[in-house]
Design a protein around this ligand. Structure first.
Ligand code: GLN
Length: 477
């Protein structure tokens, strides 16, 4: 059962080949037997209750396509009555008192939550090694990282512990772990999926999306996750399309842009050759390929690593041991309470970013760092705007390398370099995807697709057509 896609599982439930209770129990057994550390919390009991309710609805024919389908939820989404830790000691004892909008929407669709997945602390990282709950392992090779920050979700889907997991992507955290684990993931246009109840890292960049085996499954689940939400002031007042409607459109005649900056020296040869082979496949399918330039993408890393820490230093100020988060024992005064609670509650990478952000926002340095970064952010968006007058979709690698060994990257700046190809789409707010494009030295390579604003449907169509012609997405560890 666990090798099936959501589309196939939905058919199986409808045909009564198995019940949601059987399906849910099957995945829970797999999760409990797995040693990949993909989950922080397993919600066995409530999952079985939800599955029973779903089976009741299926029996009465009161179903949506996702009724009774199990999923795993990144532990950054508030889930009513369930621990929501964001991978941090700070929130180790936090039981969310309400549902995030995404959780609410998945509940409304009668999906079954299996548990909450592991992640880099407050979504800061590219390897899921920054979790208070220990690193998640890559199912393709358990000595390697799954990518991050949504590494628990990526491992859970790739390890077939769930057919679908949620992720969030501030600078690549859906696409990069999807790439390193050989699954499909889409970060929608900023504002498409509500951020309400999603613990904020960098609010102007954060965006949630689905992680699945196939583009078709991503379309099915994005249909439920997307939508306007008046509880999120940056949510877009725009109708949600049916993302499955155009999956089968022919892609003959589309123009694919290949940014020359995405094929520079730092790109691993094995990755580059898989990407070029995928682009050739698109040419064979009738697409035209054109070289383009995104000249300011070279500044994506320094720009992002100013903007994101600035926003996080503000967002995480609420974790003070009073309003939210871990509180130290026996504080001697208020100052001591703040200092010790935050010292004990946050891990090293989170502290580094809070300090960088607070420094860059300080009166003497604001113009030199934050304001400058915002200006460059604009230039990065303009590069894309110009490109999308000439091409329909931009393609390139997601990550300069395949998954690396656990513990191999110790220098934080070296870790930031892994984000070179993903950050620009977040800075511009554009939708972007990772789809499996084969293996290099037995590890998965992801192809990145970047689209114009609100072109999720086009991206999913292009990805689905590729998956009809190739079998990379069917490969399992
Ligand atoms: N690796 C990037 C960071 O650490 C992106 C993380 C993310 O998208 N949440 O900030």
């Amino acid at each position: 059962m666990h090798t099936k896609t959501i589309a196939q599982l939905a058919q199986g439930l409808k045909n009564k080949d198995f019940s949601s209770v059987e399906l849910t129990q099957h995945y829970l057994n797999r999760i409990n037997a797995s040693d990949l550390n993909a989950f922080i919390t397993i919600t066995d009991e409530s999952a079985m209750t939800q599955a029973k309710i779903a089976d009741g609805k299926i029996a009465k024919g009161e179903t949506s396509i996702l009724t009774g389908i199990p999923y795993a939820h990144k532990d950054i989404f508030c889930t009513n009555g369930v621990k929501t830790s964001a991978g941090s000691k700070m929130l180790d004892n936090f039981i969310a008192p309400y549902d995030s909008t995404v959780s609410h929407q998945l509940n409304q669709a009668d999906m079954v939550m299996l548990g909450k997945t592991n992640m880099d602390e407050f979504a800061m990282g590219s390897s899921t090694e920054n979790s208070y709950y220990g690193a998640t392992l890559n199912p393709w090779n358990t000595h390697k990282v799954p990518g991050g920050s949504s590494g628990g979700s990526a491992t859970a889907v790739a390890g077939r512990l769930t057919p679908f997991a949620t992720g969030t992507d501030t600078g690549g955290s859906i696409r990069q772990p999807a790439s390193l684990c050989g699954i499909t993931g889409i970060k929608p246009t900023y504002g498409r999926v509500s951020r309400y109840g999603m613990i904020a890292y960098a609010s102007s960049l954060d965006q949630a999306g689905p992680m699945t085996q196939t583009a078709e499954d991503a379309a099915l689940t994005l249909n439920v996750m997307a939508g306007f939400d008046d509880k999120d002031s940056t949510s877009a007042q725009r109708d949600v399309e049916d993302y499955t409607a155009n999956l089968n459109d022919p892609i003959k005649g589309i123009t694919i842009g290949i940014p020359k900056e995405f094929f520079s020296d730092g790109l691993n040869d094995g990755v580059a050759s898989q990407i070029m082979a995928a682009v050739k496949e698109f040419e064979a399918m009738g697409a035209t390929v054109k070289e383009i330039s995104l000249p300011n993408s070279a500044y994506a890393i320094p720009t992002y690593y100013i903007v994101a820490p600035c926003e996080c230093s503000s967002n995480l100020s609420r974790m003070d041991g009073v309003r939210f988060g871990h509180r130290c024992d026996n504080p001697k005064d208020l100052e001591d309470l703040y200092v010790r609670s935050r010292t004990e509650g946050f891990g090293g990478e989170v502290k580094r970013r809070i300090m960088v952000g607070a420094y860059a926002l300080s009166a003497g340095y604001y113009d030199a760092y934050y304001l400058k970064a915002q200006k460059i952010r604009h230039l990065i968006s303009d590069d894309f705007k110009k490109s999308f007058t000439e091409v329909d979709v931009i393609m390139g690698p997601v990550s300069p390398t395949t998954a690396w060994d656990l513990g191999a990257i110790k220098d934080p700046v070296a870790m930031y370099l892994a984000d070179i190809y993903t950050l620009s789409a977040n800075l511009a707010g554009l939708p972007a995807m990772s789809i499996p494009a084969g293996l290099s030295q037995k590890m998965p390579v992801g192809l990145q697709l970047i689209g114009n604003y609100w072109s999720e449907s086009k991206l999913l169509n292009v990805a689905h057509q590729f998956q009809q012609q190739t079998d990379h997405h069917t490969k399992t560890p």
